[in-house]
Design a protein around this ligand. Structure first.
Ligand code: GLC
Length: 754
């Protein structure tokens, strides 16, 4: 349609402001094209663009309960009528092309579909679960693996992934801890932004750019009791200070979609919370993309007791700011009538549709609806050797050496007889972890294969299951004890199965299953040098034969190259350098436990009385292994802490330096961490907060000065009135190798001169 320039210009500015998408993302003609489309769309076609359905063209076992349309013919008819804007969770170019052909060539307006999926830590090449990879404390690594995932996902016909999860997880009983970057806001923010950059690449219009969707907005990781889908009761200050920054970082990295959380915050389900989804997300944080509901989460407003019925639920969700309804079909069913009866203004619908069409335009879908639908790419870009090599590198970088009395590393060319014992010795079904359903379980490298592959004489390795994941095996412990007696060293492969972790897997106890604990205790009684390989999707409370082993490695769910990555660490080909992104408590009952906790009025003091102190009657409220902890095969020491000034003027920064030295006999890497503590403030402050980190690799005997810059922004918090503020006063500084100990200094922030 030929629109005169003035109309275009006025429309362009008005619509861009309404959607918030910066003009720079779209050319004027593209904005005009969207406006022209909206003018021509019927209310049904608009509601269709706001509808996202599971893909029945490319069926596979979805990670969701059955709901909505599950029939290809019916789905094809819906697309033909312009009643679907986005398909999710199917992969494969042929099926995607089929769906896109219908949308582009058979529907009235030919608006291309957005094709989405849950590529959380890999498509066919499975990388470590996000929590495991977070142990690298390395945004560059996380960006590299996200890029590789994007290359595979877009080759398989996807445009968007429902990732990264940006939820700060404060309770290890919650199963979805596994999908994020752990308990710390700074680390989660850094890795969220890195993963967004990795997924999207430099140009959204490239066919290997995968749109990101930082989720679940927000504070889903703070569900009461770690209970999945539970309620969140939180101060606005804590919401803003702990749970928003990773989303701010993700949007700052260019993410153009997000997903509202299932949970409610202070009595209002996120899916219906206009304060959250519009006032905070858009007006304050400047988010200019579009918002997905989570899977049938709009329909669930009825179960929450917040909506009268499905029609009311659709009304509440769209008025709150949910632009795209996932799987329930409520929008296509009720929005036309809600608009006709005046319950929902057409302007509200137009803003939502515009946001969605802007994103489709910004990724070039209108110019090239066949983007990412290339059979040749599907054959050449998936599960490549380069991706497998990166998965192995990321796997080794994700392993955390929790303790080691010197038993590790083992000698791959030695004479030692090794007994590999436990339910995860040759297991392939639990290598990937949750949210890896596109992967082929048979393609993963199990522990036994990895170890054998690294040994000069694989016959030195004896394998005994000893027990199943949850059950004893007849004679299993006897066989394991016998094998341990005959061996020089024992490796125990224990932990969680992948269905103990992830969505809807909240647990009241975060321990090794009893059958495995019994096995470990029996083998420990043989008193041979013992190494424990933990497989897990959360922090665990370890006990007895597991906790007292000579060495314990946290190996998470490491993905396709798990066995090789573990072998690289066990035999010393790679020096362990991972650090815990979550605290390991002494007992499950300490949850929710996180390192950046408050002092309370009666803190315990080292070697002090424990009477009438903030601790449990039987357990100190500390961590067996603290956040940021992780050992190496060499030894590092820090000394020579220096501050450029002990006074920080209001608009100045202070440089903090320390010397790191490798005093061991092997090359190794250390992640030096800088923490602060605001001693006195108008809201109580955590006893420690991670602010900076740097990875340093040193040869034996080598030392290097690590340098951090601290400025007032690093000292801010959300004060009374919910504003980010800094207050003059004294701040403790630690430069250390975990959230405990370290070199201590002090800096005083001075108020601005009057
Ligand atoms: C799930 C999850 C969400 C996922 C979506 C689509 O219930 O909460 O993270 O992206 O549904 O599978």
């Amino acid at each position: 349609m030929d629109l005169d320039r003035r109309t275009v210009l006025s429309g362009l500015i008005a619509s861009a402001i309404a959607s918030g998408l910066p003009l720079r993302a779209l050319a004027a003609e593209e904005v005009a094209r969207v406006d022209d489309l909206i003018r021509r769309m019927t209310i049904e076609e608009k509601a269709g663009q706001m509808t996202c359905l599971a893909d029945s063209f490319r069926p596979f076992n979805p990670p969701n309960p059955a709901a909505g349309i599950q029939d290809e013919k019916r789905l094809a008819e819906e697309i033909r009528k312009g009643r679907v804007g986005c398909l999710f969770n199917g992969i494969g170019v042929a099926g995607a092309r089929k769906a896109q052909e219908i949308a582009v060539r058979q529907s009235r307006l030919g608006i291309p579909l957005l094709l989405a999926g849950d590529v959380i830590h890999g498509l066919k090449t499975i990388f470590p679960v996000p929590l495991g990879e977070a142990s690298s404390f390395d945004p560059v690594l996380c960006q590299r693996t996200a890029r590789a995932m994007a290359v595979e996902a877009t080759a398989a016909g996807l445009h968007l992934t429902f990732a990264p999860m940006a939820d700060v997880a404060r309770d290890q009983r919650w199963g979805r801890v596994v999908e994020g970057a752990g308990e710390d806001v700074t680390l989660t923010a850094l890795l969220t932004a890195a993963r967004v950059r990795g997924f999207q690449g430099r140009d959204l219009r490239r066919d290997d750019s995968l749109l990101a969707c930082p989720k679940h907005f927000t504070a889903y990781g703070a569900v009461a009791g770690g209970l999945e889908y539970g309620s969140v009761d939180i101060s606005e200050e804590t919401l803003r200070e702990t749970h928003l920054p990773p989303f701010t970082a993700g949007f700052g990295a260019g993410a153009l979609t997000t997903m509202a959380a299932f949970s409610e915050i202070n009595g209002v389900p996120a899916t219906a919370d206009r304060t959250l989804l519009t006032d905070m997300l858009r007006d304050e944080m400047g988010f200019h993309g579009f918002v997905f509901s989570d899977y049938t989460a709009d329909e669930e407003l009825v179960a929450h007791g917040y909506a009268e019925d499905d029609r009311d639920a659709a009304r509440l969700a769209v008025l709150a700011g949910v632009d795209m309804s996932m799987q329930s079909g409520l929008y296509i069913r009720y929005l036309p009538d809600l608009v006709k009866t005046g319950a929902v203004p057409m302007a509200t619908i137009d803003v939502a549709v515009r946001r969605i069409l802007y994103v489709k335009m910004a990724m070039g879908l209108f110019d090239n609806p066949w983007r990412s639908l290339d059979e040749a790419a599907e054959k050449s870009r998936i599960a490549t050797p380069a991706h497998r090599a990166l998965a192995r590198e990321a796997g080794a970088r994700s392993v955390v050496l929790l303790q080691n009395d010197g038993v590790l590393p083992l000698d791959p060319a030695g004479k030692q007889k090794i007994a590999l014992i436990g339910p995860f010795t040759e297991d392939k079904a639990n290598l990937y972890g949750p949210w890896a359903f596109y992967g082929d379980p048979g393609q993963g490298v199990d522990v036994a294969t990895g170890l054998r592959g690294a040994m000069n004489d694989p016959d030195r390795l004896t394998i005994v299951a000893g027990c199943a994941i949850h059950q004893p095996i007849d004679g299993g412990i006897d066989a394991a004890v016998k094998a341990a007696r005959a061996a020089d060293v024992v490796i125990l492969a224990l932990g969680e199965s992948q269905d103990m972790s992830g969505e809807a897997q909240s647990r009241t106890v975060i321990e090794i299953p009893a059958a495995q604990q019994a096995l470990a205790d029996a083998v420990a009684a043989v008193k041979k040098p013992t190494v424990v390989l933990l497989r897990h999707g959360r922090a665990l409370a370890l006990h007895d034969g597991v906790a007292n082993a000579n060495a314990v490695l946290a190996t998470w769910f490491l993905g396709s190259e798990a066995g090789n990555a573990i072998a690289d660490i066990v035999f010393g080909k790679v020096d362990p350098s991972g650090k815990l992104p979550v605290s390991f408590p002494w007992e499950s009952g300490q949850e929710p436990f996180f390192y950046d906790r408050k002092s309370t009025g009666r803190p315990t003091v080292p070697n002090g009385s424990t009477e009438y102190k903030a601790r449990y009657a039987t357990t100190d409220n500390s961590a067996r292994y603290p956040f940021g902890h992780g050992l190496s095969y060499t030894r590092f020491v820090l000394d020579n802490l220096k501050l450029s000034d002990s006074a920080m003027r209001w608009d100045q920064s202070v440089t903090v330096t320390a010397r790191l030295k490798n005093i061991g006999k092997r090359r190794g890497s250390e992640i030096v961490q800088l923490y602060i503590h605001d001693r006195v403030a108008s809201r109580t402050r955590p006893i420690r907060e991670l602010k900076k980190m740097e990875r340093v690799t040193l040869e034996p005997g080598e030392s290097r000065t690590v340098r951090f810059t601290l400025a007032r922004d690093d000292l801010r918090f959300v004060g009374q009135g919910n504003r980010w503020i800094a207050e003059p006063g004294v701040f403790d500084i630690w430069v250390g190798q975990s959230s405990q100990g370290g070199l201590h200094g002090r800096v005083t922030l001075y108020a601005p001169e009057r």
